[in-house]
Design a binder for this molecule. Structure first.
Ligand SMILES: NC(=O)c1ccc[n+]([C@@H]2O[C@H](COP(=O)([O-])OP(=O)(O)OC[C@H]3O[C@@H](n4cnc5c(N)ncnc54)[C@H](OP(=O)(O)O)[C@@H]3O)[C@@H](O)[C@H]2O)c1
Length: 251
């Protein structure tokens, strides 16, 4: 598949690039700094990629780069960049809708707190809507999800990867869960007692219960890359937010 990857010099982007080359996709990389890319990925991997230098905030460069590709993966920008990240995200979605070839496959990056509270009485309630989490920079992921739900993205076969903390394969934290990797969609796999879902339960308590479980979503950068690249063609995650978890109980 002809795929373009934005942000290949970043943590997620370089992992996704390695996976896409390994799977023999026809890969274009869009980066701000080619020299940084060469230092990070090495000539062996880069010999399989076309590289475009540009700024993902510049609409004309993004549109031009997207033409001739049928899939795009955006790993550029970061939630901590706040509104600037939102503009970057929205710009890439708009450009992808206009310029990608069919099937217009688009993977965007979010974070675990953009997933919904499971079993919530309020069906539109994301973890990011809860007190405490509402005030973190990760709330940008929820604003970005709104772009994917809007008319702007209606022609796209999009999926939004929503992982927890990510680690490099050789830097696995001792506390990271082990066991088989599994995927789930839209609602976060956290367990909440029934009383926490009652309308009488203070939301701040639900928030604290959720925050205590966020570490359980820690997975490897390679896990994220494998799921994205492994689902470039298939429609399993069509217009879904995708979460990842390693489950020690099924090891
Ligand atoms: N890493 C994690 O633990 C983690 C966990 C959950 C979710 N996420 C999400 O995953 C996504 C990627 O995160 P990351 O950790 O890979 O971020 P990162 O390491 O900070 O990489 C960000 C990438 O975006 C590029 N970039 C930023 N602004 C750009 C622009 N205007 N034009 C072109 N490229 C631009 C950077 O290029 P330069 O190299 O030139 O700066 C870099 O390649 C983010 O949405 C993040 O919120 C990350």
């Amino acid at each position: 598949m002809k795929v373009i990857i934005f942000g290949a010099t970043g943590a997620v982007g370089h992992s996704v690039t390695k996976a896409a080359v390994r799977e023999n996709h026809d890969v274009t990389l869009f980066v701000r700094n080619k020299a940084k890319l060469e230092a990070l990925l090495g000539s062996d991997i880069l010999s399989h990629c076309r590289v475009i230098e540009g700024d993902a905030l510049e609409s004309s460069s993004v549109r031009e780069a997207l033409r001739g590709h049928s899939a795009a993966i955006n790993a550029s920008g970061h939630a901590k960049d706040g509104h600037q990240f939102h503009l970057l995200f929205k710009g890439i979605v708009e450009a992808a809708a206009e310029c990608l070839d069919p099937p217009k496959r688009l993977w965007m990056l979010g974070g675990v707190t953009a997933l919904d509270v499971p079993g919530s009485l309020d069906t539109s309630e994301a973890l990011n809507d809860l007190p405490i989490l509402y005030r973190t920079p990760y709330r940008t992921h929820t604003e970005n999800y709104g772009v994917l739900l809007s008319d702007i993205a209606s022609s796209l076969d999009w999926s939004m990867m929503c992982p927890g903390v990510l680690y490099e394969v050789d830097q696995r934290p001792a506390t990271a869960p082990a066991g088989p990797l599994h995927t789930f969609t839209d609602a976060a796999q956290i367990s909440l007692p029934t009383w926490a879902l009652s309308k009488w339960c203070p939301k701040v308590l639900v928030s604290l219960l959720a925050i205590r479980q966020l570490g359980s979503f820690t997975v490897g950068l390679a896990d994220v890359a494998d799921v994205i690249v492994g689902n470039l063609r298939a429609g399993e995650f069509f217009k879904k937010r995708v979460g990842l978890k390693r489950d020690p109980t099924s090891a």
